[in-house]
Design a binder for this molecule. Structure first.
Ligand code: NDP
Ligand SMILES: CCCCCC(=O)/C=C/[C@@H]1[C@@H](C/C=C\CCCC(=O)O)[C@@H](O)C[C@H]1O
Length: 271
C-alpha cells in the first residue's frame, strides 16, 4: 500500500468550469459556467491532485466545435498531489496532466490527451519554478525546441522569422534560435510594447509590429537577402506576407494558425 494522507470521511468538492454555450467569435465570460462536483473517496491506484496552474491555450478555441455544451473545459495543469493510493504519485509531488479547468482531480496516472507524469526533480534547483512545467519545460517549450531542431534545423547566421513572438511558443522559439542556434531572428508581434520586451528581454535581433507597420516592407529592410526559415504559429495574412519574402528552398514549420481560431466559418484555419 502506498503512503497516504487519505481521509475517507471528509467531503471534498471540485470547482469545474464548463462550456455553457458554443463560442461565437472570441469566447465571452457568459459562455462559461462554474459548477461544483463532489469528489469520491479514492480507490486503489488513484490519487487526488489540486490544481496549482491551469494553462488556457489557444488550441482549445480551435477544437471547441468538438466539445459538448455543458462539458468541462479541457486543458493542461500542474497539480499537487494531496491524497494518494498510488506509489508513483506520492503526496506532495507535482503532476503534469490534461485535467481540464478544475480545482481537484481524481486520477490514476493514465495517459489522457497527453501523458500524465510527476515533474522531474528540477524543482531542487532554486532558480526553477513549478510553472516551468507548463511553459519552457512543457508543451510550448517542446513545440518550439523540436520545431527548430527537428523540422527547420537552421544554421548559425541564417535568417529566421518567428510569428506571435511575444506568445509562449513564439518567444521560446525565438530565444532558442537566437541564444542557442545563433540565428539572425526577426520576430513579429502586434504592438511596440511587446516588440520592445522581445528585444530587451529576449535578445531578438529585430521585431515587426504588425498593427503599426507593413510586414513585407519591414522584412525587406531587416532581411534584404531574403528569409531562410519561418516558424509560423499564426497563418493568415501574416504568413502570406512572410511567404512572399522567403528564399528559394526556404523552410517553414507550421506550428499553429491562431489568426483563424475564432473564425466561425467552415475550413476556418487558414495556414
Ligand atoms: N501552447 C502550446 O503548447 C502550443 C501552441 N501552439 C500554437 O502556437 C500558437 C500560439 O500559442 P501559444 O504561444 O500557446 O499562445 P499565447 O497565448 O502564449 O500567445 C498567443 C499570441 O498569438 C497572437 N495572436 C492572437 N491572435 C492573433 C491573430 N489574429 N493574428 C496574429 N497573431 C495573433 C497574440 O500575440 P500578438 O499580440 O503579438 O498578436 C497572442 O498573444 C497557436 O497557434 C497555438 O495553436 C502549437 C503547439 C503547442
Ligand atoms: C488545430 C490547430 C493546431 C494547433 C496546435 C496546438 O496549439 C496544439 C497544442 C497542444 C496543447 C494543447 C493544450 C491543451 C489542450 C488540452 C486538451 C485536453 O484534453 O485537456 C497540448 O495539449 C499539446 C499540444 O499539442
Amino acid at each position: 500500500m502506498a503512503s497516504s494522507s487519505h481521509c475517507p470521511t471528509k467531503v471534498l468538492k471540485a470547482r469545474v468550469w464548463t462550456m455553457s454555450s458554443r463560442f461565437i467569435g472570441v469566447p465571452k465570460k457568459t459562455d462559461f459556467k462554474l459548477t461544483v462536483e463532489r469528489i469520491p473517496d479514492l480507490d486503489t491506484g488513484e490519487y487526488l491532485a489540486e490544481a496549482v496552474y491551469i494553462s488556457v491555450d489557444p488550441h482549445i478555441r480551435a477544437i471547441s466545435d468538438e466539445l459538448q455544451v455543458g462539458s468541462a473545459m479541457p486543458g493542461l495543469q500542474i497539480a499537487r498531489v494531496i491524497q494518494s493510493l498510488n506509489r508513483k504519485f506520492p503526496v506532495g509531488s507535482y503532476v503534469h496532466g490534461a485535467f481540464g479547468w478544475r480545482t481537484l482531480t481524481v486520477d490514476k496516472g493514465q495517459t489522457r490527451s497527453v501523458p500524465t507524469y510527476v515533474l522531474p526533480d528540477y524543482l531542487n534547483d532554486k532558480s526553477m519554478e513549478v510553472s516551468y512545467g507548463l511553459s519552457l519545460l512543457g508543451v510550448p517549450g517542446l513545440a518550439a525546441y523540436f520545431g527548430l531542431t527537428e523540422v527547420l534545423k537552421p544554421r548559425r547566421g541564417e535568417t529566421l522569422v518567428v510569428s506571435s513572438v511575444a506568445g509562449g511558443v513564439g518567444n521560446f522559439a525565438a530565444q532558442i534560435a537566437k541564444k542557442i542556434l545563433g540565428c539572425n531572428v526577426i520576430g513579429i508581434t502586434s504592438r511596440d510594447n511587446k516588440a520592445k520586451w522581445c528585444k530587451d528581454r529576449g535578445g531578438i535581433d529585430q521585431t515587426i509590429s504588425y498593427m503599426d507597420q507593413d510586414v513585407v516592407e519591414q522584412l525587406n529592410k531587416f532581411a534584404p537577402e531574403g528569409v531562410d526559415y519561418y516558424f509560423d504559429t499564426v497563418g493568415g495574412d501574416i504568413a502570406n506576407s512572410v511567404l512572399s519574402c522567403m528564399n528559394d528552398n526556404g523552410k517553414i514549420a507550421q506550428c499553429g494558425a491562431i489568426s483563424g481560431y475564432c473564425n466561425d466559418v467552415p475550413g476556418k484555419i487558414q495556414c
